[in-house]
Design a protein around this ligand. Sequence first.
Ligand SMILES: *Cc1c(COP(=O)(O)O)cnc(C)c1O
Length: 392
Amino acid sequence: MKKSYFGEFGGQFIPEIAMFALEELENAYFSIAKSAEFRDEFEYLLKDYAGRPTPLYHAKRLSEHYGHEIYLKREDLNHTGAHKINNALGQALLAKKMGKKKIIAETGAGQHGVATATAAALLGLKCDVYMGAVDAQRQELNKFRMKLLGADVVEIHDGLKTLKEATTAAIQAWVNEIEDVFYVIGSAVGPYPYPLMVKDFQSVIGKETKTQLEEKNLKADYIIACVGGGSNAIGIFSAFLDDKSVNLIGVEAGGLGVETPYHAATLTKGRAGIIHGMKTIVLQDKFGRIEPVHSISAGLDYPGIGPEHSHLHTSKRANYHAITDDECINALKLTTKLEGIIPAIESSHALAYLEKLCPTLSGKKTIVVNVSGRGDKDMNTVMEYKKGTIYG
Ligand SMILES: *Cc1c(COP(=O)(O)O)cnc(C)c1O
């Protein structure tokens, strides 16, 4: 199997003109980013800047509620509020070492944009963030944050004006200025080597979780993470892929239900295709046109998925399920009431799966849920949802 593939998924489906940039990136990744010097600096930033390691917290009241031992990996406690900072720091540091002057990024919820703008400020790099106009409106506070951090926010008015269009525009901008610009991709997606590199920079979540479980003399029976492009999930899965006794579960956005057209449940409803430089499973119509997606959470609102997840799905190493907007909001409320932790609506999809899984399990199981981010950014969405105005 070619090295750029995970099973039959992955590859590099990009215009010829961008090939040399991917080669340059591949070389830099395997030389610079694998060097001891880079790793020391990266680890230092993760620790003293981002605030790692994040705790593996025993959620006692959720455990009582569900009758199993529930542990929360607290990525919500990272600087800027989610796991995305791990990857943004890794890629921005690599860009700097490669001598690039500017980094660009796409963003949906604004979380990756904020993380990238933060890393750019820290490392003294120029930064342009591409954002769909609808998302920019939905996430006005994040737009303001990025500007305050010194980034330029480029609003995209094509199509549905959300993440897919922003990504296409960012790829275009990258191709236009390919020698000077480093494209910081926000999830484990895109052409090789991005999915591999993003997994690497997010694998700290899995490594810490593994060590923390060992320290508590525990063995995880289940690990659950939400899946948009799949970076927080592959980050926590990475340390457990070889241990078949650990069940890995990815949770997709079921929106208004996977039987309606309003969802972003890629693995549940999609089939193989090409999107954003990779072969992966994609939500598409019978002519192969990419379908519009819906989720209450901007971070999961993506019609594709990282190629390694497509492979884990078809090879059945991991299982993927969809959670609706309603189920997600109920889980957000429950976690907040029982634990005093307001999870991001993305992460609430993973928490909501407990409701389905726990009643089917016998004995007492140890279940780790990756709380990919905090919910502060989502309070407007939750308020509007309660008023019933979110679907316009
Ligand atoms: C962006 C985001 C996600 C989805 O991205 P993945 O690459 O699938 O992890 C999940 N949770 C939060 C909090 C996010 O900001």
